[in-house]
Design a protein around this ligand. Sequence first.
Ligand SMILES: Nc1ncnc2c1ncn2[C@@H]1O[C@H](COP(=O)(O)OP(=O)(O)OP(=O)(O)O)[C@@H](O)[C@H]1O
Ligand SMILES: [Mg+2]
Length: 388
Amino acid sequence: MTNGPRSGLTAVSTALLAMSRHLEVRDVLKTIVVSARELLDAEYAALGVPDDHGGFAQFVVDGVSDEEWKAIGPLPRQHGILAAMLQEATPQRLADVRQDPRFEGWPDAHPDMSDFLGMPVADGEDILGALFLANKKRDTTRDTPGERRTGCGFTADDEQLLAVLAQHAAIALTNARLYERSRELTIAGERARLAHELHDAVSQKLFSLRLTAQAAAALVDRDPARAKGELHEVARLAAEAADELRAAVVELRPAGLDEDGLVATLRTHVKVLDRAHAAHVTFAAHGVRALPAAQEEALLRVAQEALHNALRHSGASAVEVTLTRLGHGAALRVRDDGRGFDPSGVRRAGRHLGLVSMRDRADGVGGRLTVDSEPGKGTAIEMEVPGG
Ligand SMILES: Nc1ncnc2c1ncn2[C@@H]1O[C@H](COP(=O)(O)OP(=O)(O)OP(=O)(O)O)[C@@H](O)[C@H]1O
Ligand SMILES: [Mg+2]
Protein backbone atom coordinates (compact mmCIF):
# COMPACT_ATOMS: atom_id res chain seq x y z
CA MET A 1 0.00 0.00 0.00
CA THR A 2 1.41 3.41 -0.88
CA ASN A 3 1.01 6.58 1.15
CA GLY A 4 -1.67 7.73 -1.23
CA PRO A 5 -4.36 5.21 -0.36
CA ARG A 6 -3.40 5.26 3.31
CA SER A 7 -3.86 9.02 3.83
CA GLY A 8 -6.83 8.85 1.48
CA LEU A 9 -8.32 6.20 3.69
CA THR A 10 -7.79 8.30 6.81
CA ALA A 11 -9.61 11.19 5.19
CA VAL A 12 -12.46 8.99 4.05
CA SER A 13 -12.65 7.30 7.42
CA THR A 14 -12.89 10.62 9.26
CA ALA A 15 -15.49 11.92 6.86
CA LEU A 16 -17.58 8.77 7.20
CA LEU A 17 -17.49 8.84 10.98
CA ALA A 18 -18.64 12.44 10.94
CA MET A 19 -21.37 11.95 8.41
CA SER A 20 -22.81 8.63 9.48
CA ARG A 21 -24.21 10.30 12.54
CA HIS A 22 -26.70 12.44 10.72
CA LEU A 23 -26.98 11.35 7.14
CA GLU A 24 -29.25 9.05 5.25
CA VAL A 25 -27.75 5.57 5.05
CA ARG A 26 -27.88 5.76 1.26
CA ASP A 27 -25.60 8.80 1.22
CA VAL A 28 -23.14 7.03 3.49
CA LEU A 29 -23.16 3.97 1.23
CA LYS A 30 -22.66 6.16 -1.82
CA THR A 31 -19.64 7.82 -0.22
CA ILE A 32 -18.21 4.40 0.60
CA VAL A 33 -18.66 3.17 -2.95
CA VAL A 34 -17.16 6.31 -4.50
CA SER A 35 -14.21 6.19 -2.07
CA ALA A 36 -13.61 2.51 -2.75
CA ARG A 37 -13.48 3.07 -6.48
CA GLU A 38 -11.12 6.03 -6.17
CA LEU A 39 -8.82 4.58 -3.52
CA LEU A 40 -8.46 1.25 -5.23
CA ASP A 41 -8.24 2.55 -8.80
CA ALA A 42 -11.16 0.56 -10.05
CA GLU A 43 -13.30 1.35 -13.05
CA TYR A 44 -16.50 0.20 -11.35
CA ALA A 45 -17.70 -0.10 -7.77
CA ALA A 46 -21.02 -1.20 -6.27
CA LEU A 47 -22.64 -2.07 -2.99
CA GLY A 48 -25.75 -4.24 -2.77
CA VAL A 49 -28.00 -4.81 0.23
CA PRO A 50 -30.21 -7.84 -0.37
CA ASP A 51 -33.94 -7.92 0.30
CA ASP A 52 -35.86 -11.04 1.34
CA HIS A 53 -37.18 -11.69 -2.13
CA GLY A 54 -34.03 -12.55 -4.06
CA GLY A 55 -33.40 -8.97 -5.13
CA PHE A 56 -31.68 -5.95 -3.65
CA ALA A 57 -33.24 -3.43 -1.29
CA GLN A 58 -30.39 -1.04 -2.10
CA PHE A 59 -27.93 -1.10 -4.93
CA VAL A 60 -25.45 1.76 -5.11
CA VAL A 61 -23.01 2.03 -8.03
CA ASP A 62 -20.18 4.27 -9.11
CA GLY A 63 -18.36 4.44 -12.43
CA VAL A 64 -21.51 3.98 -14.50
CA SER A 65 -23.15 7.03 -16.07
CA ASP A 66 -26.88 7.61 -15.69
CA GLU A 67 -27.48 6.65 -19.34
CA GLU A 68 -25.46 3.46 -19.02
CA TRP A 69 -27.30 2.62 -15.80
CA LYS A 70 -30.67 3.05 -17.52
CA ALA A 71 -29.59 0.97 -20.49
CA ILE A 72 -28.58 -1.96 -18.24
CA GLY A 73 -32.20 -2.32 -17.14
CA PRO A 74 -33.69 -3.57 -13.87
CA LEU A 75 -31.64 -4.02 -10.71
CA PRO A 76 -29.66 -7.26 -10.57
CA ARG A 77 -31.10 -10.27 -8.78
CA GLN A 78 -29.14 -12.27 -6.22
CA HIS A 79 -27.40 -14.73 -8.50
CA GLY A 80 -23.96 -15.75 -9.66
CA ILE A 81 -20.99 -14.26 -7.82
CA LEU A 82 -23.25 -11.78 -5.99
CA ALA A 83 -25.30 -14.59 -4.49
CA ALA A 84 -22.14 -16.49 -3.56
CA MET A 85 -20.77 -13.49 -1.67
CA LEU A 86 -24.02 -13.04 0.22
CA GLN A 87 -24.10 -16.71 1.19
CA GLU A 88 -20.49 -17.49 1.97
CA ALA A 89 -19.25 -14.24 3.47
CA THR A 90 -15.75 -14.68 2.06
CA PRO A 91 -13.82 -12.12 0.03
CA GLN A 92 -13.51 -12.93 -3.66
CA ARG A 93 -10.50 -11.85 -5.69
CA LEU A 94 -10.82 -13.05 -9.27
CA ALA A 95 -8.60 -12.53 -12.30
CA ASP A 96 -11.60 -12.72 -14.62
CA VAL A 97 -15.09 -12.82 -13.23
CA ARG A 98 -16.40 -14.13 -16.58
CA GLN A 99 -14.29 -17.26 -16.27
CA ASP A 100 -15.60 -18.14 -12.83
CA PRO A 101 -17.83 -21.22 -12.80
CA ARG A 102 -20.45 -19.27 -10.81
CA PHE A 103 -20.70 -16.53 -13.44
CA GLU A 104 -24.15 -16.50 -15.06
CA GLY A 105 -23.77 -13.67 -17.54
CA TRP A 106 -25.15 -10.16 -17.50
CA PRO A 107 -27.51 -7.97 -19.54
CA ASP A 108 -26.40 -6.77 -23.00
CA ALA A 109 -25.74 -3.20 -21.92
CA HIS A 110 -23.74 -4.26 -18.84
CA PRO A 111 -20.17 -2.94 -19.00
CA ASP A 112 -17.58 -5.61 -19.61
CA MET A 113 -15.71 -6.58 -16.46
CA SER A 114 -12.77 -8.83 -15.87
CA ASP A 115 -10.79 -8.56 -12.64
CA PHE A 116 -13.03 -8.48 -9.63
CA LEU A 117 -12.74 -7.86 -5.90
CA GLY A 118 -15.75 -8.55 -3.71
CA MET A 119 -16.07 -8.07 0.04
CA PRO A 120 -18.97 -9.14 2.24
CA VAL A 121 -20.49 -6.42 4.42
CA ALA A 122 -21.12 -8.26 7.66
CA ASP A 123 -22.15 -7.55 11.22
CA GLY A 124 -20.81 -10.59 13.06
CA GLU A 125 -22.44 -13.61 11.46
CA ASP A 126 -25.05 -11.51 9.81
CA ILE A 127 -24.35 -10.69 6.16
CA LEU A 128 -25.81 -7.29 5.41
CA GLY A 129 -24.60 -6.93 1.85
CA ALA A 130 -21.63 -6.99 -0.49
CA LEU A 131 -19.18 -4.33 -1.64
CA PHE A 132 -17.38 -5.03 -4.88
CA LEU A 133 -15.06 -3.54 -7.47
CA ALA A 134 -14.27 -4.43 -11.06
CA ASN A 135 -11.51 -3.61 -13.56
CA LYS A 136 -8.43 -2.38 -11.80
CA LYS A 137 -7.09 0.56 -13.82
CA ARG A 138 -3.70 -0.50 -15.10
CA ASP A 139 -0.71 1.56 -15.84
CA THR A 140 -0.59 0.55 -19.53
CA THR A 141 2.62 2.52 -20.20
CA ARG A 142 4.47 -0.27 -18.41
CA ASP A 143 2.92 -3.04 -20.51
CA THR A 144 5.09 -4.53 -23.13
CA PRO A 145 3.41 -3.82 -26.49
CA GLY A 146 1.37 -6.76 -27.71
CA GLU A 147 1.51 -8.57 -24.37
CA ARG A 148 -1.74 -8.89 -22.40
CA ARG A 149 -1.42 -8.70 -18.66
CA THR A 150 -2.84 -11.58 -16.77
CA GLY A 151 -3.87 -12.14 -13.15
CA CYS A 152 -6.07 -10.08 -10.93
CA GLY A 153 -5.10 -6.42 -10.82
CA PHE A 154 -6.41 -6.10 -7.27
CA THR A 155 -3.80 -6.88 -4.65
CA ALA A 156 -3.95 -8.28 -1.13
CA ASP A 157 -3.52 -4.68 0.13
CA ASP A 158 -6.54 -3.66 -1.89
CA GLU A 159 -8.46 -6.44 -0.26
CA GLN A 160 -7.54 -5.15 3.20
CA LEU A 161 -8.50 -1.63 2.32
CA LEU A 162 -11.85 -2.77 0.96
CA ALA A 163 -12.45 -4.76 4.16
CA VAL A 164 -12.13 -1.53 6.18
CA LEU A 165 -14.61 0.25 3.93
CA ALA A 166 -16.96 -2.72 4.16
CA GLN A 167 -16.84 -2.39 7.95
CA HIS A 168 -17.87 1.22 7.65
CA ALA A 169 -20.76 0.16 5.47
CA ALA A 170 -21.74 -2.45 8.06
CA ILE A 171 -21.80 0.19 10.79
CA ALA A 172 -23.90 2.54 8.68
CA LEU A 173 -26.38 -0.23 7.85
CA THR A 174 -26.58 -1.45 11.43
CA ASN A 175 -27.16 2.08 12.69
CA ALA A 176 -29.89 2.59 10.15
CA ARG A 177 -31.58 -0.65 11.24
CA LEU A 178 -31.36 0.25 14.92
CA TYR A 179 -32.70 3.69 14.22
CA GLU A 180 -35.63 2.27 12.28
CA ARG A 181 -36.32 -0.24 15.05
CA SER A 182 -36.25 2.40 17.78
CA ARG A 183 -38.56 4.58 15.74
CA GLU A 184 -41.00 1.66 15.41
CA LEU A 185 -40.85 1.06 19.15
CA THR A 186 -41.48 4.72 19.88
CA ILE A 187 -44.47 4.74 17.59
CA ALA A 188 -45.84 1.52 19.10
CA GLY A 189 -45.40 2.96 22.62
CA GLU A 190 -47.09 6.17 21.61
CA ARG A 191 -50.02 4.25 20.10
CA ALA A 192 -50.44 2.21 23.28
CA ARG A 193 -50.40 5.37 25.39
CA LEU A 194 -52.99 7.06 23.20
CA ALA A 195 -55.19 3.97 23.17
CA HIS A 196 -55.13 3.85 26.97
CA GLU A 197 -55.71 7.55 27.29
CA LEU A 198 -58.63 7.47 24.88
CA HIS A 199 -60.06 4.44 26.59
CA ASP A 200 -59.65 5.80 30.12
CA ALA A 201 -60.83 9.32 29.58
CA VAL A 202 -62.64 9.93 26.36
CA SER A 203 -64.71 6.79 25.93
CA GLN A 204 -66.02 7.13 29.48
CA LYS A 205 -67.10 10.71 28.91
CA LEU A 206 -68.85 9.64 25.73
CA PHE A 207 -70.60 6.86 27.59
CA SER A 208 -71.97 9.30 30.18
CA LEU A 209 -72.89 11.62 27.37
CA ARG A 210 -74.92 8.94 25.66
CA LEU A 211 -76.81 8.12 28.85
CA THR A 212 -77.57 11.77 29.51
CA ALA A 213 -78.78 12.29 25.95
CA GLN A 214 -81.07 9.25 26.34
CA ALA A 215 -82.45 10.70 29.57
CA ALA A 216 -83.14 13.99 27.81
CA ALA A 217 -84.94 12.21 24.99
CA ALA A 218 -87.10 10.31 27.46
CA LEU A 219 -88.00 13.50 29.30
CA VAL A 220 -88.59 15.89 26.45
CA ASP A 221 -92.38 15.39 26.14
CA ARG A 222 -93.15 14.74 29.76
CA ASP A 223 -90.96 17.29 31.47
CA PRO A 224 -89.43 19.78 29.03
CA ALA A 225 -87.79 21.79 31.82
CA ARG A 226 -85.83 18.78 33.11
CA ALA A 227 -85.04 17.70 29.57
CA LYS A 228 -83.52 21.13 29.07
CA GLY A 229 -81.36 20.60 32.15
CA GLU A 230 -80.17 17.24 30.83
CA LEU A 231 -79.34 18.84 27.49
CA HIS A 232 -77.16 21.40 29.25
CA GLU A 233 -75.45 18.45 30.87
CA VAL A 234 -74.96 16.90 27.42
CA ALA A 235 -73.28 20.08 26.23
CA ARG A 236 -71.04 20.15 29.30
CA LEU A 237 -70.01 16.50 28.91
CA ALA A 238 -69.33 17.01 25.22
CA ALA A 239 -67.06 19.95 26.04
CA GLU A 240 -65.25 17.82 28.63
CA ALA A 241 -64.84 14.98 26.14
CA ALA A 242 -63.31 17.43 23.70
CA ASP A 243 -60.90 18.64 26.40
CA GLU A 244 -59.95 15.09 27.33
CA LEU A 245 -59.33 14.29 23.70
CA ARG A 246 -57.06 17.29 23.33
CA ALA A 247 -55.27 16.37 26.56
CA ALA A 248 -54.79 12.78 25.40
CA VAL A 249 -53.28 13.92 22.14
CA VAL A 250 -50.83 16.41 23.66
CA GLU A 251 -50.31 14.32 26.81
CA LEU A 252 -51.66 16.78 29.35
CA ARG A 253 -52.90 15.96 32.79
CA PRO A 254 -56.64 15.46 33.21
CA ALA A 255 -58.52 18.74 33.39
CA GLY A 256 -59.19 19.76 36.98
CA LEU A 257 -56.36 17.96 38.77
CA ASP A 258 -54.03 20.96 38.70
CA GLU A 259 -56.59 23.53 39.79
CA ASP A 260 -58.70 21.55 42.23
CA GLY A 261 -56.53 18.64 43.35
CA LEU A 262 -57.40 14.95 43.45
CA VAL A 263 -60.01 14.95 46.21
CA ALA A 264 -62.16 17.71 44.69
CA THR A 265 -61.82 16.25 41.18
CA LEU A 266 -62.87 12.80 42.37
CA ARG A 267 -65.77 14.25 44.35
CA THR A 268 -67.10 16.10 41.29
CA HIS A 269 -66.68 13.05 39.11
CA VAL A 270 -68.61 10.86 41.54
CA LYS A 271 -71.39 13.46 41.77
CA VAL A 272 -71.82 13.51 38.01
CA LEU A 273 -71.99 9.70 37.86
CA ASP A 274 -74.44 9.58 40.75
CA ARG A 275 -76.77 11.87 38.83
CA ALA A 276 -76.42 10.01 35.54
CA HIS A 277 -76.90 6.45 36.81
CA ALA A 278 -79.52 4.53 38.77
CA ALA A 279 -76.89 3.26 41.23
CA HIS A 280 -76.12 5.26 44.34
CA VAL A 281 -72.51 6.46 43.95
CA THR A 282 -70.73 7.98 46.95
CA PHE A 283 -67.34 9.40 47.77
CA ALA A 284 -65.44 9.84 51.04
CA ALA A 285 -61.89 11.05 51.69
CA HIS A 286 -59.93 10.43 54.91
CA GLY A 287 -56.92 12.61 55.72
CA VAL A 288 -55.45 12.60 52.23
CA ARG A 289 -52.63 15.03 51.48
CA ALA A 290 -51.41 16.26 48.14
CA LEU A 291 -49.46 13.57 46.27
CA PRO A 292 -46.92 13.71 43.44
CA ALA A 293 -48.71 14.72 40.25
CA ALA A 294 -48.16 11.43 38.44
CA GLN A 295 -49.62 9.46 41.35
CA GLU A 296 -52.69 11.70 41.56
CA GLU A 297 -53.26 11.29 37.87
CA ALA A 298 -52.89 7.51 38.07
CA LEU A 299 -55.32 7.33 41.02
CA LEU A 300 -57.87 9.42 39.17
CA ARG A 301 -57.63 7.29 36.02
CA VAL A 302 -57.95 4.05 37.96
CA ALA A 303 -60.91 5.40 39.94
CA GLN A 304 -62.60 6.44 36.71
CA GLU A 305 -62.15 3.04 35.09
CA ALA A 306 -63.18 1.12 38.21
CA LEU A 307 -66.32 3.26 38.47
CA HIS A 308 -67.02 2.87 34.81
CA ASN A 309 -66.72 -0.92 35.03
CA ALA A 310 -68.92 -1.05 38.13
CA LEU A 311 -71.63 1.01 36.46
CA ARG A 312 -71.45 -0.79 33.14
CA HIS A 313 -70.92 -4.42 34.10
CA SER A 314 -72.02 -5.07 37.66
CA GLY A 315 -75.67 -4.01 37.95
CA ALA A 316 -74.78 -2.69 41.42
CA SER A 317 -77.21 -0.62 43.43
CA ALA A 318 -74.40 1.03 45.40
CA VAL A 319 -70.86 2.01 44.50
CA GLU A 320 -68.54 3.45 47.15
CA VAL A 321 -65.33 5.31 46.47
CA THR A 322 -62.95 6.01 49.32
CA LEU A 323 -59.56 7.64 49.37
CA THR A 324 -57.58 7.12 52.56
CA ARG A 325 -54.21 8.34 53.70
CA LEU A 326 -51.69 5.54 54.00
CA GLY A 327 -48.28 6.55 55.36
CA HIS A 328 -46.89 9.15 52.95
CA GLY A 329 -49.17 7.86 50.24
CA ALA A 330 -52.80 6.94 49.80
CA ALA A 331 -55.14 4.04 49.16
CA LEU A 332 -58.05 4.17 46.78
CA ARG A 333 -60.93 1.73 47.01
CA VAL A 334 -63.84 1.38 44.62
CA ARG A 335 -66.37 -1.15 45.84
CA ASP A 336 -69.65 -2.22 44.26
CA ASP A 337 -72.36 -4.59 45.44
CA GLY A 338 -72.97 -5.96 41.96
CA ARG A 339 -72.66 -9.37 40.38
CA GLY A 340 -68.90 -9.76 40.64
CA PHE A 341 -66.70 -11.68 38.20
CA ASP A 342 -63.70 -13.97 38.04
CA PRO A 343 -60.67 -11.73 37.41
CA SER A 344 -58.51 -14.67 36.28
CA GLY A 345 -61.08 -15.41 33.57
CA VAL A 346 -60.63 -12.08 31.80
CA ARG A 347 -58.49 -12.48 28.74
CA ARG A 348 -55.60 -10.06 28.80
CA ALA A 349 -55.46 -9.62 25.08
CA GLY A 350 -58.14 -8.27 22.82
CA ARG A 351 -60.82 -5.77 23.48
CA HIS A 352 -60.71 -5.54 27.27
CA LEU A 353 -58.31 -2.73 28.02
CA GLY A 354 -59.61 -1.51 31.37
CA LEU A 355 -58.08 -3.94 33.88
CA VAL A 356 -54.79 -4.02 31.98
CA SER A 357 -54.67 -0.27 31.85
CA MET A 358 -55.38 0.06 35.59
CA ARG A 359 -52.53 -2.28 36.39
CA ASP A 360 -50.17 -0.42 34.05
CA ARG A 361 -51.05 2.87 35.65
CA ALA A 362 -50.44 1.53 39.15
CA ASP A 363 -47.10 -0.02 38.11
CA GLY A 364 -46.13 3.16 36.33
CA VAL A 365 -46.09 5.16 39.60
CA GLY A 366 -44.64 2.46 41.84
CA GLY A 367 -48.07 1.58 43.20
CA ARG A 368 -50.03 -1.64 43.63
CA LEU A 369 -53.40 -2.73 42.34
CA THR A 370 -55.61 -5.49 43.68
CA VAL A 371 -58.80 -6.74 42.14
CA ASP A 372 -60.99 -8.54 44.60
CA SER A 373 -64.04 -10.05 42.97
CA GLU A 374 -66.03 -13.23 42.80
CA PRO A 375 -69.31 -14.01 41.07
CA GLY A 376 -72.17 -13.08 43.43
CA LYS A 377 -69.90 -11.18 45.82
CA GLY A 378 -69.45 -7.77 44.23
CA THR A 379 -66.13 -6.21 43.33
CA ALA A 380 -63.50 -4.16 45.11
CA ILE A 381 -60.65 -2.49 43.27
CA GLU A 382 -57.86 -1.18 45.47
CA MET A 383 -54.86 0.85 44.56
CA GLU A 384 -52.06 1.99 46.82
CA VAL A 385 -49.49 4.62 45.92
CA PRO A 386 -46.33 5.37 47.89
CA GLY A 387 -46.56 9.20 47.99
CA GLY A 388 -43.58 11.56 47.69
N1 LIG B 1 -67.12 -4.17 38.66
C1 LIG B 1 -67.34 -5.22 37.83
N2 LIG B 1 -68.40 -6.00 38.01
C2 LIG B 1 -68.63 -7.07 37.19
N3 LIG B 1 -67.84 -7.40 36.16
C3 LIG B 1 -66.75 -6.65 35.92
C4 LIG B 1 -66.44 -5.52 36.74
N4 LIG B 1 -65.29 -4.98 36.29
C5 LIG B 1 -64.91 -5.73 35.23
N5 LIG B 1 -65.79 -6.75 35.01
C6 LIG B 1 -65.66 -7.80 33.99
O1 LIG B 1 -64.32 -7.83 33.54
C7 LIG B 1 -64.25 -7.62 32.16
C8 LIG B 1 -62.99 -6.85 31.80
O2 LIG B 1 -63.04 -5.51 32.24
P1 LIG B 1 -62.19 -4.43 31.47
O3 LIG B 1 -62.38 -3.11 32.10
O4 LIG B 1 -60.80 -4.93 31.36
O5 LIG B 1 -62.77 -4.44 30.00
P2 LIG B 1 -64.18 -3.90 29.49
O6 LIG B 1 -64.78 -3.00 30.54
O7 LIG B 1 -64.99 -5.07 29.04
O8 LIG B 1 -63.79 -3.07 28.23
P3 LIG B 1 -63.01 -1.69 28.25
O9 LIG B 1 -62.69 -1.34 29.68
O10 LIG B 1 -61.79 -1.95 27.46
O11 LIG B 1 -63.94 -0.71 27.63
C9 LIG B 1 -65.53 -6.91 31.80
O12 LIG B 1 -65.89 -7.14 30.47
C10 LIG B 1 -66.51 -7.52 32.78
O13 LIG B 1 -66.98 -8.75 32.30
MG1 LIG C 1 -63.64 -1.46 31.44
